[in-house]
Design a protein around this ligand. Structure first.
Ligand code: DX5
Ligand code: ZN
Length: 234
């Protein structure tokens, strides 16, 4: 994220545009031996955001990385940092991810915290607030918070690992989220994450998603720019 006064003025003017397609390659599928270069490669290839998957070994059955890597990516590039916290206590670790330079912080509705209060704190810090729900969690679980978020993340796999198969049964929930957004006059992005490529993204767009996380299908493609462009234009 930009630093100092520039960052503060950004925080004031950012209004999510849910009609705009945003492609966010997931760092989880990158080569960790050269993170800075991998971020540069994604940006060169047309990435709009970088998606950073933080896993604590409790909320999900995997451990990835923490605030130090978020900070490394922040220093390596000005790209917008979309930080996905798959951790049991997002409230406890929140400040560290704010300090690390996250632009948007997504927390899970299933995690053990006061969801409304965590979302409030994210926005109070001048960052965008995201709320995620797992494939098995009904849309009713996030309904009370729709007025407090800049992004709703509908997981299209059970979170924990990259490279899993897209779950089409989530499409119905994406449509329901888009309807609730319209009924409530909200402007949050609807993001999908898990098993997304140029084929599976098409029904997601149709259902109302606009922010697209893609790990394996971007970082591991033979031509990353072509892969991002195919996802954007599907
Ligand atoms: C899954 C993570 C995803 C993951 C997606 O637990 O939240 O962001 O990196 O990876 P692909 O696109 O390979 O399914
Ligand atoms: Zn993710």
């Amino acid at each position: 994220m930009p630093s100092g006064a520039l960052r503060d003025s950004y925080a004031l003017v950012i209004v999510p545009n849910f009609n705009e397609r945003v492609i966010a390659p997931s760092l989880l599928a990158a080569d960790f031996s050269k993170i800075g270069e991998e971020v540069g490669r994604a940006v060169q290839a047309g990435a709009d955001w970088m998606h950073l998957d933080v896993m604590d070994g409790h909320f999900v059955d995997n451990i990835s990385f923490g605030p130090a890597i978020v900070q490394t990516v922040d220093k390596a590039s000005d790209v917008f940092l979309d930080v996905h916290l798959m951790i049991s206590r997002p409230d406890h670790y929140l400040q560290r991810f704010i300090d690390a330079g996250s632009d948007l912080i997504t927390v899970h509705v299933e995690a053990g915290h006061d969801v409304a209060e965590t979302l409030r704190r994210i926005r109070a810090a001048g960052r965008q607030a995201g709320l995620a729900l797992n494939p098995a969690t009904p849309i009713s679980a996030v309904e009370p918070f729709l007025g407090q978020i800049d992004l709703l993340l509908c997981m299209t796999v059970v979170p924990g690992f990259g490279g899993q198969a897209f779950m089409p049964e989530v499409l119905e929930k994406i449509s329901a989220a888009a309807s609730l957004r319209e009924q409530g006059g909200h402007t949050f992005h609807i993001e999908v994450d898990g098993g997304i490529d140029a084929v599976t993204v098409a029904p997601c767009y149709k259902a109302g998603a606009n922010a697209i996380v893609a790990g394996s299908s971007t970082f591991r493609a033979p031509d990353m720019a072509a892969a991002i462009s195919a996802i954007r234009n599907a």
